[in-house]
Design a protein around this ligand. Structure first.
Ligand code: HAM
Length: 437
C-alpha cells in the first residue's frame, strides 16, 4: 500500500505540536492586544499580480503559483504585507487612526529547506498605517521585543538589529549612484553577511564591477554598529535631510531607551532587508548566538499602499516567524510541557450507572471542567489506571452501591483521600476541590 507523505517543507501538527503552536499564538495575540492592536485575516489564495514586482524578485521566484479553473493567475500568499495594504487602502479614509493591526496566519514559499525554514510557516504580522514619523517604529519595535520577552527570552537570547535604507540611499547618492545602482548595491548588502564578495556578482554583471574605493566605503558603511559612528560618517555628506534623519534616529533610540529596551536594540547598517518595498528604518531580530536564521524582520514601506491602488499612506510593520522562534524557545528550555490533563475522570460501574453519570458529566463540562470517562465498560482496575494516566485531580466513582445510597464517591488522586457526596452536590464539590477550597 502506498504511504502518502506531506509535500516537502509542509508540516503536520500532532496534538503535542499543535499545543505548542497554540501556546505561541496565544501569547502573541495577548501581547498585541495589550499594545492596542486589532486582529484581521484575509485569503490564503491571492491574485499573482499582488506580488509581482512588489515583494521583490526573491519572493517572486519562491511563489506557489498556478492558473485556476477560471484562467486566473493566482498564488498562495508568501507574506501578508501586500494583502494588508489592500485591506487598509480600500477603507483608509474610514479607518480610525492610528491604524494598528495584527494577524497570525500561514504563508507559503517554495524555499530551499533548512533548519528553521520551511515551505509553509506561520507569521505574526503587526503593522501601523498613517504615521510618517518614528513614533510608529517606536511602538512596533517595543511590540516586537515584548512578543519575544513574553516567553521568558531576555537580551541574552536575542537582539534587534536596526538600520536605515534612507541613510543608505543618501550615502550612495552622495557617491554618485543612481536609483537602479543603489537598489542593486542594497541587494548585495542584504546578502553580504551570508555570501561575502559573491553577493556583489549580480551588481557587477549588470553595471560592471564596483569601483574599488567605493566598494571599500560600502563595506565600512555596512559595518557601522553605533549611532556615533553613523553620525560621523553621514555628517560629511551635509544637507538638511541628513540632519532631520539623524533627529529621527535620536528620537527612536531615545524612546526605546526610555522604555528600558535599549539593551535589546543595536544599530547595525549591515541589515537592509531583501524585500523590495522597504523605504526607511528596517530591522531584524536574531538569536544572540547567531546560530539561527532571522526570528523576525520588518521596516517602513511608505509607498506600497499607493502602489497597490490605495491612497498615499505611510506604513511600518514586521513579522515574526514561528519556526525559528519555536527552535529558540526549545534551545532555551522555555517551551512548556503540554500534557493535557483532565480535571475529572469518571469511573463507572456498568451500563445503568453510566446513564446516571452522563447527567453529571454533561453538567460538569458545561460548567467548564475538563471531564473524561471510558467510552466502553471496563474493569474498575483499568479505569483507575486510566484516571491516573489522564492526569485528573479527581476521580468520581459511580458504583451501584454508591448510586443505591444516592451518593457519588470522590477520590482526590493527588491527596489520595476519598469521601462520599450526595449526587446533588457533585458539581459544587468538584468546583470547590478544583479551586483548592
Ligand atoms: P520576512 O523577513 O520575509 O518579512 O519574514 C519575516 C520572518 O518570517 C522571518 O524573519 C522568518 O522568521 C519567517 N520566515 C520567512 N520565510 C520563512 C520560511 N520559508 N520558513 C520559515 N520561516 C520563514 C516579511 O515577510 C515581511 N512581509 C514582514 C513585514 C510585515 N514587513 C512589514 N510588515
Amino acid at each position: 500500500m502506498a504511504t502518502f507523505q506531506t509535500l516537502p517543507g509542509f508540516r503536520e501538527f500532532y496534538p503535542e505540536d499543535f499545543a505548542r503552536r497554540n501556546h505561541i499564538f496565544r501569547r502573541w495575540r495577548h501581547t498585541a492586544n495589550t499594545f492596542g492592536f486589532s486582529e484581521y485575516d484575509a485569503p490564503v489564495l491571492e491574485p499573482l499580480e499582488l506580488y509581482r514586482a512588489k515583494s521583490g524578485e526573491e519572493i517572486e521566484a519562491q511563489l506557489f503559483s498556478f492558473t485556476d479553473k477560471g484562467g486566473r493567475e493566482v498564488a498562495l500568499r508568501p507574506e501578508m504585507t501586500p494583502t494588508v495594504c489592500r485591506l487598509v487602502g480600500a477603507r483608509a479614509s474610514a479607518l480610525k487612526r492610528p491604524i494598528k493591526w495584527f494577524s497570525i496566519a500561514e504563508f507559503y514559499r517554495y524555499e530551499r529547506m533548512q533548519k528553521g525554514r520551511g515551505r509553509c510557516f506561520s507569521q505574526f504580522n503587526a503593522d501601523i498605517f498613517g504615521e510618517p514619523g518614528p513614533e510608529a517604529e517606536i511602538e512596533l519595535i517595543a511590540l516586537l521585543v515584548q512578543c519575544l520577552c513574553a516567553f521568558g527570552l531576555t537580551e541574552q537570547d536575542f537582539h534587534v538589529r536596526l538600520s536605515d535604507r534612507d541613510l543608505w540611499f543618501f550615502y550612495l547618492e552622495a557617491h554618485g549612484l543612481d536609483e537602479a545602482r543603489i537598489r542593486a548595491v542594497l541587494v548585495a548588502v542584504d546578502k553580504y553577511e551570508k555570501m561575502g564578495d559573491e553577493a556583489f556578482k549580480p551588481y557587477a554583471e549588470r553595471f560592471g564591477p564596483l569601483d574599488g574605493g567605493l566598494k571599500a566605503k560600502i563595506l565600512s558603511f555596512l559595518a557601522i554598529k553605533s549611532l556615533a559612528v553613523l553620525e560621523q560618517t553621514v555628517a560629511t555628506l551635509g544637507g538638511g535631510r541628513i540632519g532631520a534623519r539623524l533627529g529621527d534616529w535620536q528620537k527612536l533610540l531615545g524612546a526605546l531607551a526610555a522604555m528600558g529596551l535599549a539593551r535589546f536594540v543595536e544599530v547595525d547598517l549591515g541589515v537592509v532587508r531583501g524585500l523590495a518595498y522597504y523605504t526607511g528604518f528596517v530591522f531584524e531580530a536574531y538569536d544572540r548566538k547567531g546560530e539561527l536564521r532571522a526570528l523576525a524582520g520588518g521596516g517602513r514601506y511608505d509607498d506600497l499602499v499607493e502602489k497597490l491602488g490605495g491612497p498615499a499612506l505611510p506604513a511600518v510593520g514586521f513579522a515574526i516567524g514561528d519556526m525559528t522562534f519555536a527552535l529558540l524557545l526549545e534551545q532555551r528550555a522555555l517551551m512548556p510541557d503540554f500534557t493535557q490533563a483532565s480535571d475529572v475522570y469518571c469511573v463507572i460501574g456498568g451500563e445503568a450507572e453510566r446513564l446516571a453519570a452522563f447527567g453529571d458529566i454533561q453538567a460538569l463540562r458545561a460548567a467548564g471542567h475538563r471531564v473524561d470517562y471510558p467510552l466502553k465498560d471496563m474493569a474498575f482496575g483499568k479505569q483507575f489506571k486510566a484516571a491516573a494516566e489522564s492526569g485528573a485531580k479527581l476521580a468520581l466513582i459511580y458504583g451501584s452501591d454508591e448510586l443505591a445510597k444516592g451518593v457519588v464517591k470522590v477520590r482526590d488522586l493527588i491527596q489520595r483521600s476519598e469521601f462520599e457526596v450526595p449526587r446533588a452536590q457533585v458539581l459544587a464539590t468538584v468546583r470547590d476541590s478544583l479551586s483548592g477550597a
